[in-house]
Design a protein around this ligand. Structure first.
Ligand code: GAP
Length: 704
C-alpha cells in the first residue's frame, strides 16, 4: 500500500494543480463528475507540448511513420471485429446493499470483524412470538450441520423438528409432548415470518457490532421485509475461502440480542470499500460508452465512443498505405480521445473515463517473410546490443537504425527502447521508470509479448522488499497479425500487402526452405483462425490459401503497438517536476515554496519576461519588445506585477524554466551592457547576462 507520506504528496500535487490551473475537476460547480478532468491554462499548454513532442518524434522525425486523425465514433462493426463488444469487459463485483460496483481486481485488502447474517424475521410491530426468537438460530444451525445443505432448502416440517430439539434442551418444567406441541405451533407461526437470505458485513476494528446490525437491517428492509430482525450467526466460516458465499455448513445462529463472536479478518478484498458490505460474485461489465446514431434509439443505431484510438488505424490501414506510398515496415500514428466507463476511476487522472492516447501501429513483415528475404531473423540479443543504451553506453543514431533482418522480437525491443528515449528526452530519467514484461497468463491471446513502461508515481505501491515498480504509462505490445486479420474477416476486404521482394526471394529458395516457411506460416494462420472461432475445415482452407500467397509475395503484416496515455504522462511529468524548496532568511525565518522542475521542452511557459519596475515606461517598453520578439516562437508570459522575487516565485510554481529580466543596464546605464538582459534559471536561481540579439537562439536551443 502507498504509505501516508506518499498520499500526502499526491494531495499536495492535486492541490497545486487546482491552485495554479493545471487540472480542474470537470463540472466542478455542479459537484464534479467522477473520472472526468479539465486542463486549465497551464495544463492545456503542458498537454499540447507533450502531444506535439510525441507527434514530432513519431511522425515528422521519421520517414517510416504517417499520421492519421480519425473519428471518435465509428462503425460498430469495428468493435465487433476488434473483440471489444464481446470481451472488453472488467470483472465487476457489486455491493448488494448500495448496488455500487468495484473492479474485482482492484478491491483493496481490508481488515476487520465479519458479522454474518443468515436472514431475518419479518416481525410485525407487536409480536407474540418474540420470546421464542432465541431458539431460531440454534434450530437453523442444527439443520445446516445435519443436512449439510443450503438453508433455503429447509422445509417447515424440518424447521419444526429442529425447533423441538433445541427447545427440548431448554425444556424447564414442560413435558416432552408439551414441547412437541409448542414447537409445532411456533414453527407454523414463525415460518411465514422467516426469510433466509445471507448477508455479511465487515466492520473495521474498534467499531461496534451495532454498525453491522444497522447495515443488516437496512439490507433486509430494502427487500421490503417489514421490521426485519436480522439473524446473526456465530462462529462463521473462514473468510479467506468465502468469495462464493452460501449460508450453509456449520453455522451457529443466535438472535440479534445474544452475544456475538465475529470473525477477525486481515487483508480481505471481499467487501465494498465504502459501504463495507460483502461484494457479489464477479460479473463482466463492458467498458464501452454506448450511444445512438440518428434520431431513433434502437439496437440498429447503437454506436460506441472509441475505447482506444488503435482500431481506426487498422481500419484505415489500406487507405494510408496506398496514399502515403509507404512500404512495410512502416507505422501509422494517431493522437486522440478515448473513452472507457471505468468502474473505479482513481488516482487523480491516472484512471479516467475520458482520456487521450498516443498510439502507433507499426506494421512489420512476419518472421517467415523476413527469413525468406534475408535468410535469417536477427536474434533478440543482436538487437539489444544495437539499440539498448544507458548513460555509459550511448548509441549513435546510425547504430540504432532498424535492419532488414529484424523480426517481431527485434522490432519490439527497438520500440521499447525508442519510447524510453522519448521519456528521457522530456525529463523522465530511467530511474523514475520501470518495466513490466507481461507473463503468458497476462497476455491477450493474440499477443506475443507486451512490455509495460511504468512510472513511479507517489501512489505506486511497494513490493515485499520495499521497492516501487511503478504504474503503467505505456504498453508496447507485439500484436501479431490479429487486428488486420480480424478486420479482413469482418469487412470482407483484403488487408494483405504485396511485396515484390518476397516474391523474387521466394522463387530462389530451395524447396525444403519453402516447405518449412510455408508450414510455419500456414500453422500460425490456422491457429489464429481456429482461436477466432472459424470452423476447422474453412480454417484449413483459408490457412492454405494464405500460405500459398507467400510465393506470390503476399502476406498480412504483423504489428508492434506502442500505446501511451497522454493524461498519465502529464501526471507523471507533474509528479516528477514537483519540488519543495525551503529557504531561511537572515532572520532565521523559513519559507517553503514549490518549484515545478519541468524539462524546458514540456514546460507550459518557456520564459517569463519582466521589466524590473512597472512604473518605468522605458523598461516596460523594452520588456514588451522582448516579449514580442519571443512570442512567435514559444509561449512566454509577461509579468510586471509585484516584486521581482515574487514574480520569480510565481514562475517557479508554474514551471517556467527561464525568466528574462529587463533592467536599467538593458537601457544602457552601464554602456557595455546596453541591450543585454538577465536570464534567471529556475532550477538553481543562477543568473547570467545575455544579449537580446542572442536570446531567441539561446531559448530555442533549450526548448527544442
Ligand atoms: N490499443 C491498446 C490499448 O489501448 P491499453 O493498455 O488499454 O492499450 C494504453 O491503453 C494506454 O492508454 C495505457 O498505457 C494508459 O497510458 C492509457 N490508458 C488506458 N486506460 C486509461 C484510463 N482509464 N485513464 C487514463 N489513461 C488510460
Amino acid at each position: 500500500m502507498p504509505d501516508p507520506k506518499e498520499n500526502l504528496q499526491m494531495e499536495k500535487i492535486v492541490s497545486l494543480c487546482k491552485r495554479r490551473g493545471f487540472i480542474f475537476q470537470s463540472s466542478e460547480i455542479y459537484g464534479g463528475i467522477n473520472g472526468f478532468w479539465d486542463y486549465g491554462p497551464l495544463g492545456a499548454e503542458l498537454k499540447r507540448n507533450v502531444k506535439e513532442l510525441w507527434w514530432h518524434a513519431m511522425t515528422r522525425q521519421r520517414d517510416d511513420v504517417a499520421g492519421l486523425e480519425a473519428t471518435i465514433i465509428m462503425s460498430p462493426q469495428i468493435w465487433k471485429a476488434s473483440g471489444h463488444v464481446d470481451t472488453f469487459a472488467d470483472l465487476m463485483r457489486e455491493c448488494p446493499l448500495t448496488k455500487k460496483r468495484v473492479r474485482a481486481d482492484q478491491v483493496e485488502p481490508q481488515s476487520g470483524m465479519v458479522y454474518i447474517f443468515a436472514g431475518a424475521l419479518k416481525r410485525p410491530k407487536e409480536d407474540s412470538y418474540e420470546g421464542y426468537y432465541k431458539f431460531i438460530p440454534d434450530a437453523l444451525e442444527r439443520w445446516a450441520k445435519r443436512a449439510g445443505r443450503n438453508l433455503n432448502l429447509m422445509t417447515r416440517e424440518e424447521f419444526a423438528d429442529e425447533l423441538f430439539e433445541v427447545m427440548l434442551r431448554n425444556k424447564g418444567l414442560q413435558s416432552e409432548s408439551q414441547i412437541r406441541e409448542h414447537a409445532e405451533i411456533w414453527a407454523r407461526g414463525l415460518w411465514d415470518k422467516l426469510e433466509i437470505k445471507s448477508f455479511r458485513v465487515l466492520v473495521p476494528f474498534g467499531k461496534p457490532r451495532e454498525t453491522a446490525i444497522k447495515l443488516a437491517k437496512q439490507f433486509y428492509a430494502s427487500k421490503e421485509w417489514p421490521f426485519p430482525l436480522p439473524i446473526e450467526m456465530r462462529d462463521p466460516e473462514k473468510i479467506k475461502d468465502t468469495t462464493d458465499f452460501h449460508p450453509e455448513t456449520g453455522v451457529e445462529l443466535v438472535d440479534s440480542l445474544g452475544k456475538r463472536e465475529p470473525e477477525k479478518v486481515e487483508n480481505t478484498i471481499d467487501f465494498h470499500p465504502e459501504s463495507n458490505v460483502e461484494l457479489s460474485e464477479a460479473r463482466p461489465f463492458n467498458l464501452m460508452f454506448k450511444t445512438f446514431v440518428g434520431p431513433i434509439e434502437s439496437e440498429d443505431n447503437v454506436a460506441y465512443l472509441r475505447p482506444e484510438t488503435a482500431q481506426a488505424i487498422f481500419a484505415q490501414f489500406k487507405n494510408v498505405l496506398e496514399t502515403s506510398r509507404q512500404k512495410v515496415p512502416f507505422g501509422i500514428a494517431q493522437v486522440g480521445k478515448a473513452f472507457r466507463n471505468e468502474v473505479t476511476p482513481r488516482n487523480f487522472t491516472f484512471r479516467s473515463r475520458e482520456f487521450e492516447q498516443m498510439e502507433l501501429e507499426f506494421f512489420i513483415k512476419p518472421d517467415e517473410v523476413i527469413e525468406a528475404i534475408s535468410g535469417s531473423v536477427a536474434s533478440a540479443a543482436d538487437v539489444s546490443s544495437r539499440v539498448c543504451e544507458n548513460a555509459d553506453n550511448p548509441r549513435s543514431d546510425e547504430a540504432r537504425l532498424p535492419q532488414p533482418n529484424w523480426g517481431w522480437e527485434a522490432w519490439h525491443k527497438y520500440w521499447v527502447e525508442e519510447r524510453v528515449r522519448f521519456y528521457e528526452g522530456i525529463g523522465l530519467s530511467r530511474e523514475t521508470l520501470g518495466f513490466h514484461h507481461q507473463t503468458p497468463a497476462e497476455l491477450a491471446h493474440y499477443a506475443r509479448a507486451c512490455t509495460d513502461i511504468l512510472f513511479k508515481f507517489p501512489f505506486s505501491k511497494k513490493d515485499a522488499d520495499g521497492n516501487v515498480a511503478g504504474d503503467e504509462l505505456e504498453g508496447i505490445a507485439a500484436r501479431s497479425d490479429f487486428d488486420l486479420s480480424q478486420h479482413a474477416r469482418f469487412s470482407g476486404k483484403p488487408m494483405g500487402v504485396f511485396d515484390d521482394e518476397l516474391r523474387q526471394a521466394w522463387a530462389k529458395l530451395p524447396k525444403e526452405k519453402q516447405d518449412d516457411l510455408w508450414k510455419r506460416y500456414h500453422d500460425n494462420r490456422k491457429n489464429y483462425l481456429l482461436k477466432s472461432g472459424v470452423e476447422a475445415e474453412p480454417a484449413q482452407k483459408q490457412a492454405t490459401d494464405d500460405a500459398n500467397g507467400l510465393a506470390k509475395g503476399q502476406y498480412i503484416p504483423h504489428v508492434i503497438e506502442p500505446s501511451a496515455g497522454v493524461d498519465r504522462l502529464i501526471l507523471a511529468l507533474i509528479a516528477n517536476a514537483y519540488t519543495e524548496v525551503t529557504k531561511t532568511d537572515d532572520k532565521g525565518k523559513s519559507e517553503t515554496t514549490v518549484v515545478m522542475k519541468f524539462h524546458p521542452r514540456v514546460a507550459p511557459v518557456k520564459a517569463g519576461v519582466m521589466p524590473l519596475l512597472k512604473n518605468k515606461p522605458e523598461l516596460v517598453k523594452k520588456a514588451l519588445a522582448v516579449r514580442d520578439l519571443l512570442r512567435p516562437w514559444m509561449n512566454v508570459f509577461y509579468d510586471e506585477a509585484g516584486s521581482i522575487g515574487r514574480r520569480y516565485a510565481r514562475q517557479d510554481e508554474a514551471g517556467t524554466p527561464f525568466c528574462v529580466t529587463i533592467d536599467f543596464d538593458t537601457l544602457g546605464e552601464k554602456p557595455e551592457l546596453l541591450d543585454t538582459v538577465t536570464i534567471r534559471y529556475r532550477d538553481d536561481g543562477r543568473q547570467e547576462r545575455l544579449r537580446i540579439s542572442e536570446l531567441l537562439d539561446f531559448l530555442l536551443s533549450k526548448i527544442r
